[in-house]
Design a protein around this ligand. Structure first.
Ligand SMILES: C=C(O[C@H]1C=CC=C(C(=O)O)[C@@H]1O)C(=O)O
Length: 408
């Protein structure tokens, strides 16, 4: 399917021409895939799983290229359209080497890094916490068990953001996770490093790694140890996590001859967070089942939406006050055999000239504390703030805002 691993010189030569507004990137495990050239771009509805699979399969088949692959991003909302890039021009690199060479290159060419000038929360702390209190009414009326509430934050810089540099930072911040960069048709670049594998499929085998239940990482090892133990023991977080597994097993079971879901979660870390994590493994009844069909049926899981899904979906739009678009959607690739790998679009942002819009959410259940959940979204946003080299300035600007609010 893909070009064989290449030498450092070849990587450097490619990096010279790497342009995030043209090349899509998806890095998982030890591999980093980068598209060289687009054969076709297409947009397609996602409300019907069969239609989605048919559209993508025929787009791949129409290329007449055996190795063609579709890279895509599906929005959170099923009434919006997915975007795909179909290509057989993909380079496969060793992730560690690509990261190292991209970082070196971006350090050499880096002019003065853009400075963060202004922060504007599209949902500020007061909005976010009041949305949680409103959701709690639905919990007490037993209309809802869980809802994931998110915020979007606009950052404005004094000059254009160096997108290659942000991607290099994301890659070097953590070797684990799923790094992605996708040039959208809106002329923006969706970038991030997701810790959450929605689904990977190869012939009969499927694997998924849902996450739900979180705590922030700290430098002090003793405190960190206590936080990890508290997360594992937390009834609230275990419930948040169990809701996700329940829903996923209901979707996957009918498709599988075998499905293994461990009875207790383990812990998974990112550069900034700890999460409750479960690895689900299965064997499909039919190896021709298309990954997009399954991924789109799972999406959005209660790790991004809620339970019951039909109640949580419209309430999210009402409480957040705007569409999430591609944030908390899914991103990945598939080939002509219906194999591929899809992850959820979190720990991410959309870059556009001197502006970045960041996204972060948290699972809310009856036992949630509004301020703790807000702080969790702040901690999750630090992945992108660090990649933008704007974490300190963000704190200065938002602390000043908070102070101004207090004085007023
Ligand atoms: C919605 C996000 O995280 C989800 C994934 C892992 C843990 C989560 C949590 O503990 O709330 C969220 O469900 C996000 O990072 O924006």
């Amino acid at each position: 399917m893909l070009t064989e691993q290449t030498s450092v010189n070849q990587i450097d030569a490619f990096i010279e021409s790497f342009d995030p507004s043209q090349n899509a990137l998806f890095a998982a495990g030890e591999n980093c895939f980068v598209t060289r050239k687009t054969l076709l771009r297409l947009k397609t509805d996602i409300s019907n799983h069969r239609e989605l699979v048919e559209n993508i399969t025929s787009a791949i088949n129409d290329t007449d290229q055996q190795d063609a692959v579709a890279f895509g991003v599906l929005p959170f909302c099923k009434s919006q359209q997915a975007q795909f890039i179909v290509t057989d021009q993909i380079n496969k690199y060793d992730k560690a080497t690509f990261t190292h060479r991209l970082k070196l290159r971006s350090q050499l060419t880096k002019n003065k890094q853009a400075n963060l000038n202004k922060v504007s929360h599209r949902q500020d702390q007061a909005h976010y916490e009041s949305a949680i209190l409103k959701a709690k009414r639905y919990f007490s009326e037993r209309k809802l068990d869980k809802i994931v509430l998110a915020k979007q934050t606009d950052l404005f810089f004094d000059q254009d953001i160096n997108q290659t540099h942000v991607i290099a930072n994301l890659l070097s911040q953590s070797s684990s996770g799923f790094h992605f960069s996708f040039p959208t048709e809106q002329g923006k670049t969706l970038v991030g490093v997701s810790p959450e594998l929605l689904l990977k499929k190869q012939d009969h085998s499927i694997i998924s790694n849902p996450l739900a239940g979180s705590t922030k990482r700290v430098e002090d090892l003793e405190i960190e140890y206590k936080r990890k133990q508290a997360l594992l023991a937390s009834q609230k977080d275990r419930y948040e996590h169990a809701v996700v597994l329940d829903e996923m097993s209901q979707v996957l079971n009918p498709w599988c001859q075998q499905l293994t879901i461990p009875s207790t979660p383990s812990l998974l870390s990112t550069a900034t967070m700890w999460h409750l994590s479960t690895i689900i493994e299965g064997q499909l009844i039919n190896p021709n089942t298309h990954i997009l069909s399954l991924a789109n049926q799972l999406h959005p899981t209660p790790a991004l939406c809620g339970k019951p899904t039909p109640s949580a979906y419209p309430l999210i739009k009402e409480l957040e006050g705007e569409d999430r678009d591609y944030f908390s959607g899914i991103i990945g690739w598939c080939d002509r055999h219906g194999n591929g790998e899809w992850v959820v679009v979190i720990r991410c942002g959309e870059l556009d000239t001197n502006h970045a819009r960041l996204f972060a959410g948290a699972g809310i259940v009856a036992a949630s504390d509004p301020t703790a959940e807000w702080l969790e979204t702040e901690a999750k946003m630090s992945t992108m703030l660090n990649a933008l080299e704007a974490a300190e300035r963000y704190r200065e600007l938002t602390e000043t805002n908070a102070l101004e609010l207090e004085i007023a």
